[in-house]
Structures are given as structure tokens and as C-alpha cells.
Design a protein around this ligand. Structure first.
Ligand SMILES: [Fe+2]
Ligand SMILES: [Fe+2]
Length: 324
């Protein structure tokens, strides 16, 4: 290639970068056909895949209680919620595909342990109160994380998030309503709720990721408009939102350092056990092995469906290709 041609290519690249930067600066959306830096694409694929995997793995802890729900009404609600999570996974895998990711490869990476999912789903659901507490705290934390993602700079991701957030809001409310019912029941039921809150509170705070000073990708993601708030900002928002809900419910949040700070106009609270967090995301949480084994088995069990669909599509293509 001549020097002139190299120069012309450089100018084209510079022009594309300028155009991309201008779209981001104006708060406009990047769409699948737009040019984007490799790092932006790779970051989005990683984040969206991780999010999709979390939705799908997240079906397991609550799915555990589907056959033992205490009433038909609770079972119908829980079934709807778990199905919603499957739908969220599908929207998100589709959004990752618009960036050129291959869905089969993403699934392979999940079941080989090469891609991660939210640490929260590696904890067990020991009683039915866990279903309510997951709706209240885990879906509540998911809403705090995901509402700002509706304005994510990548169009398909932001649009998927709008629908997902509407459904997460139903999830949060059904959990809270269930806990309200249990708290107005027997002492045994109230104890069960408190025990579930004690077990899920800290893992819920960990859902926002490591503290800002230990979150190396946050600054770049914020510059690109993929992320709108830091992990610590979102964690603070969640705590401030949840404390009055806990009071209304009549449960105690298991943090002796939690109190209202008049000067900051926000709650002070203790730090989660970050060693535990890093150990869980490294694969050593209470249920990591079980979650991945279940997902791998489901993938194997679905093989005949994928093969049948592919064979049907091939036959369909052939018959369409035949001259009339
Ligand atoms: Fe979800
Ligand atoms: Fe949800």
C-alpha cells in the first residue's frame, strides 16, 4: 500500500472516531450498523453476555421453589416471574448478537466458566421466604442497576432494558407484597423473613460490584455512556431506597453501622465482605458448581430441539429454493 493510501485510511479512521465521539457526546445512540471502536464493542459484548447469563442462571434459585409454592396464587406468580427472567435472557442474547457475538459461543463460554454471571445467584434458597426477599432485594438492586442502562449509549441494549425494567418492577413488588403477608402472619413466618433478610442483605449489596477504587473498567464505560453511575453511587441509592421499605415491613437490616447521616443526606453503612465476593465470582460460592451443572444439563437436554429446528430450517430452505 502506498503512503498516500495509508494516509487516506488513517483519515477515514480518524473521521469515524470523531463521528462516534460526537454521537456519544450528544447523548445519541450508537446503532448496530454504526462504526464503533473495538474496545466499545468488546466491552458491550462482555457486559451484555454477563447480564444475559445472570438472567438465565437467576431462574434456578427461585425455580427451586416452583413445585413447593404454598398456594396456587403464589405458584402462578412465581412461574410468571421465572419465565420473565428467561425472556430477559433472550432479549439480551439478541442484543449481543447485534454486535456480532455468536449465541452458541456465549452459552459455551458460560458453561465452560469462561464468562461470568452475577455473584448473587450462587447463594442457596433455603425457605420460601427467600423467594420474597429475592424479589424485594435482588430484583430491587437489579432495578437500581438497570434503570440507568435504559439510557445506555448502545441502542439495542437500552431498548431491551426499558422492557426488562418494567418486568423487574413487577418482580420487586410481588416479593415485597409476599413479605408483607408473611410479616402479618405467625411468629414463625416473621422469623423466616428475618432469617432470609439476614442472609441476602450483604450479597444484595455486592450485586453493584466492587468499590469504585477497585473497579478498573468503570471510568471507560462511563466515558462511553455504557454505564451512567459508579458502583458505589448505585449501592448508595439502593440502601437509601431500601431502608424505609425495611422499616415499613418491620424487618431489621443486619448492619450495625447503618444509620442516617444528616450532613450527607444519605445513609452510612458497613462494607460487604469483599473477600467473600471475590471468592464467589472466582467460582467458590456455595452453589457455583450446582448452577453451572444444571445449566449444562439443560443445554444437553435441549440438543434435540436445536437439531430438529436446524433440520427443519434446512428442509424449508430447500423446498423454497426449488423451482415451481
Ligand atoms: Fe430479570
Ligand atoms: Fe427479575
Amino acid at each position: 500500500m502506498s503512503d498516500t493510501a495509508v494516509q487516506a485510511d488513517d483519515q477515514t479512521d480518524a473521521g469515524r472516531v470523531d463521528q462516534f465521539d460526537a454521537l456519544i457526546a450528544e447523548g445519541l445512540r450508537i446503532e448496530p450498523r454504526d462504526w464503533m471502536p473495538d474496545g466499545y464493542r468488546a466491552t458491550l459484548i462482555r457486559q451484555i453476555a454477563q447480564h444475559a447469563h445472570s438472567e438465565i442462571i437467576g431462574m434456578q434459585p427461585e425455580g427451586n421453589w416452583l413445585t413447593r409454592a404454598p398456594s396456587l396464587r403464589r405458584k402462578a406468580i412465581l412461574l410468571a416471574k421465572v419465565q420473565d427472567e428467561a425472556g430477559h435472557g433472550l432479549y439480551l442474547y439478541s442484543a449481543a448478537e447485534t454486535l456480532g457475538a455468536d449465541r452458541a459461543e456465549l452459552t459455551a463460554k458460560l458453561i465452560d466458566g469462561r464468562q461470568k454471571y452475577s455473584s448473587i445467584f450462587n447463594y442457596p434458597t433455603l425457605t420460601f421466604a427467600d423467594v420474597g426477599v429475592i424479589g424485594w432485594l435482588v430484583d430491587g438492586a437489579a432495578i437500581c442497576n438497570q434503570v440507568p442502562l435504559c439510557r445506555s449509549s448502545y441502542g439495542p441494549y437500552g431498548r431491551a432494558m426499558i422492557r426488562v425494567c418494567k418486568e423487574e418492577s413487577f418482580h420487586q413488588r410481588q416479593g415485597y407484597e409476599m413479605l408483607m403477608t408473611m410479616m402479618s402472619g405467625s411468629d414463625g413466618q416473621r422469623d423466616m423473613v428475618q432469617d432470609a433478610v439476614d442472609r441476602w442483605w450483604w450479597p444484595a449489596l455486592m450485586m453493584f460490584g466492587p468499590p469504585d477504587d477497585n473497579s478498573p473498567n468503570t471510568a471507560q464505560s462511563m466515558d462511553w455512556g455504557i454505564k451512567r453511575h459508579t458502583n458505589d453511587e448505585l449501592r448508595q441509592r439502593f440502601v437509601d431506597m431500601t431502608v424505609p421499605q425495611a422499616q415499613a415491613l418491620g424487618v431489621r437490616l443486619p448492619d450495625p453501622q447503618l444509620h442516617w447521616n444528616e450532613d450527607r443526606g444519605a445513609h452510612d453503612f458497613g462494607a460487604p465482605d469483599w473477600d467473600e465476593f471475590f471468592s464467589v465470582i472466582a467460582g467458590y460460592g456455595p452453589c457455583n458448581t450446582e448452577r453451572i451443572a444444571t445449566r449444562r444439563q439443560a443445554h444437553e437436554d435441549g440438543r434435540w430441539v436445536r437439531e430438529a429446528a436446524a433440520a427443519f430450517a434446512a428442509t424449508h430452505r430447500e423446498s423454497e429454493g426449488e423451482p415451481a
